[in-house]
Design a protein around this ligand. Structure first.
Ligand SMILES: Cc1cc2nc3c(=O)[nH]c(=O)nc-3n(C[C@H](O)[C@H](O)[C@H](O)COP(=O)(O)O)c2cc1C
Length: 319
């Protein structure tokens, strides 16, 4: 079972990727990166690329095969392989012919796969089930396989669904049965049990964790433990505090003074379901200094640590 931090725009920056890999993710994907931005050497686009990272895959979006070719040449030494985005449902993206709109044009998608493969890089493609009027995931996947991709990942929702409704893992199972290439499954994989169930129910080769990793990077190790040993444990308050502080430090190094603002979205999720976290979140939103935030965390977790009695609870396989 291979677990991956799924690509998330505005979330899977270098810090979060490195943190997740250090906590057991087998792979970490960048957010989708514009091939046009790369070949224009746009500063913000270049900043999204991996630097001194292991186990990282660059995801690219665009629509012109020759631009994909040039962009791949630029990022070749920074990525294990290239993932092509044919899944993004955001209108701003699809109306320009990028992302999920490529599912409307499988022959263009095939040319993109071929163009990337012609650089010598391995290629994967991320898709959705399709559009409401055309749930053509199987046809698209066959075309992608034909074009030379080695992996196809499917987020089990239609384009129009965005993130609503429950993700369907069955299309991943169908792809696994019908194709020779590897298959990844994505959608509503939030807990270690979800990871193991998605693997067992679909037989997929790669299990993608997206929102479930935000504020919860230990999910990767927990899933492995559950899969291999049939049980997992939750981090202690002390471990939680240390990871939060480490993550904050990484964001500060990566983004300088903006790091603390960028960290807020993670912080809110780290604090979810912790006692008294509401007041803490309110205080945090006003803090602009890393030391001040570290002091706040020390005092908050200090109280929890002294209350923590005995071991921490764990979990087992759920049916
Ligand atoms: C904030 C956010 C940004 C995302 N950005 C991307 C992206 O850049 N590329 C991509 O292929 N998928 C992107 N996704 C989709 C996720 O990778 C994943 O397929 C989807 O969230 C379903 O998984 P989940 O239900 O476990 O979150 C994004 C999702 C979220 C929530």
């Amino acid at each position: 079972m291979i677990t991956a931090l799924s690509p998330m725009a505005g979330v899977t920056d270098r810090s979060f990727r490195k943190l997740c890999v250090s906590m057991g993710a087998d792979l970490a994907f960048t957010e989708m990166i514009s091939v046009n931005g790369l070949i224009r050497k746009n500063r913000k686009t270049i900043a999204m690329l991996p630097e001194m990272e292991d186990k990282t895959v660059v995801q690219l979006f665009g629509k012109e095969p020759d631009i994909f070719y040039k962009a791949t040449e630029l990022v070749k030494d920074k990525s294990l392989w290239i993932d092509v985005n044919a899944a993004c449902p955001v209108q701003k993206v699809t109306k320009r012919g990028y992302g999920a709109s490529l599912m409307r044009n499988p022959s263009l998608l095939k040319d993109i796969v071929k163009a990337v493969a012609s650089t010598g890089m391995k290629v994967s493609v991320k898709i959705r089930i399709g559009w409401e009027d055309q749930k053509n995931f199987l046809d698209v996947a066959k075309v992608v396989e034909d074009g030379g991709a080695f992996l196809i990942t499917i987020h089990g929702r239609t384009v129009e669904q965005l993130y609503a409704g429950k993700a369907d893992w069955m299309p991943a199972k169908i792809l696994k049965e019908k194709l020779k290439i590897k298959v990844g499954v994505s959608g509503d994989i939030f807990t270690p049990n979800d990871v193991v169930n998605a693997y067992r129910e679909t037989n997929a080769d790669y299990i993608f964790i997206a929102r479930g990793a935000i504020g919860n990077p230990w999910i990767f190790k927990q899933s492995k433990d559950l899969f291999e040993k049939g049980k997992f444990s939750y981090p202690s308050f002390e471990e939680k505090r240390d990871i939060i502080k480490r993550h904050l430090e990484m964001e500060m190094v990566e983004h300088d003074f903006r790091g603390i603002m960028i960290f807020r979205k993670f912080f809110v999720r780290y604090m979810r379901n912790l006692p008294g976290s509401h007041e803490l979140k309110e205080k945090m939103m006003k803090i602009t200094d890393q030391n001040e935030l570290n002091d706040l965390l020390d005092s908050y977790f200090g109280k929890l640590i002294s209350c923590e009695q005995g071991g921490v609870e764990g979990g087992n396989i759920e049916g």
